[in-house]
Design a binder for this molecule. Sequence first.
Ligand code: HEM
Length: 275
Amino acid sequence: MMAPQDFIPQIAQWVGTLDETFPGAQVKPYFAHWEVVHLLSLALLGGSSILLNLRLMGYGLTDAPPSEVRRGVAPWLHLGVFGIIFTGVLIGASNPDRLYTSEAFTAKMLCLVAALVLTYGVSLPTARSNGRLGPVAMIAGFVGLAIWGLGLAVFGTGKLINPGLWHVVTAAALVGLFVTRGLTRIIYLVGMGGLIIAQYVNTHIIIKPDDYARLDPTNKIYFGVFLAWILGAVIVQVITAGRGATGGPATRLFAFAALLVWVTTAAAGRWIAFA
Ligand code: HEM
C-alpha cells in the first residue's frame, strides 16, 4: 500500500485533528465552493500549460516565438498553480482522512512535484530562450521525468485507481493528433481508429461486459498497445521535424512530458474520490 498513512504513520493523530482546527474546520461547510475554485485554477493552469507546451512542440500559437507565448501565459500559469495549491491545502485540511488513506493522493503529490520541476525547470526557461534547452533545464528534465515515473508507478499499481491512467493516454492521444503532420497524421489516425474498434469488439462482444477476470488483462494489453502507438507517432513526428528554429526533438519531448504530467496530476486528483 502506498497511501501516506503507510509511510508516515507518525502523523496519524495530527491528521485526525485537522478538520477540527483552523482552517479545515472553517472550510468544511464550504467544501464544494472551495473545490470549484480548485477546478477553476485547474482550467487556468491547464490552458496555460497546453498553450506553452504545444508551442514548444511546434503546434498552436506558432505565429509568435515561444518567448512571447511564455510572456503571455506565465502570469496565468502562476496564478493557476498558486490557486490550485492554496485551495488544495484548504480542502485537504477539511477532509484529511480521505487524503491520508489514499494511494491516488500519493500519486498526485509525486506528479505535482514532477509537474512543478518540468514546468518551472524546463518549459518556462526553454521557452524564454526560444526553444534552446540549456544544461540546467536538461537536468531538471530528467529529474522531473524520474519523479513523474514514480508517480505513474504508484498510480498504475494502486488498487481501484489505475483505470484513471486512461485519462492520461487519452490526453496523449489528442496531443499526438495535434502535433503530427501529413502522412504521419493519417497513419496515426487510421491506426487509432482500428485500435478503438478492436478494443470495443474485444471487450464488449467477444468478451462479455461482466467477465472481469478476462476483461482486466485484455484492457491492460490494449492500454500498452495504445501507449506504444501514440508514443511511436509522437517520436516519429518529433524526429522527422528535425532541429527547427525553435528547438529540436529533446525540447519537444520534454514539452510533451510537461503537458502530460499535469494531466496525470489532475487524473490522480479526480481518482481520490473513487478508491
Ligand atoms: C497541495 C496540492 C493539492 C492538494 C492538497 C489537493 C487536494 C485535493 C482534495 C482534498 C480533493 C478532493 C478529493 C475528494 O474528496 O475526492 C482534490 C480534488 C481534485 N484535485 Fe486537488 N489538490 C492539490 C493539487 C491539485 C493539482 C495540482 C491538481 C491538477 C493539476 C488537482 C486536481 C484535482 C482534481 C481534478 C480534483 C477532482 C475534483 C472533483 O472530482 O470534483 N489538485 N484535490
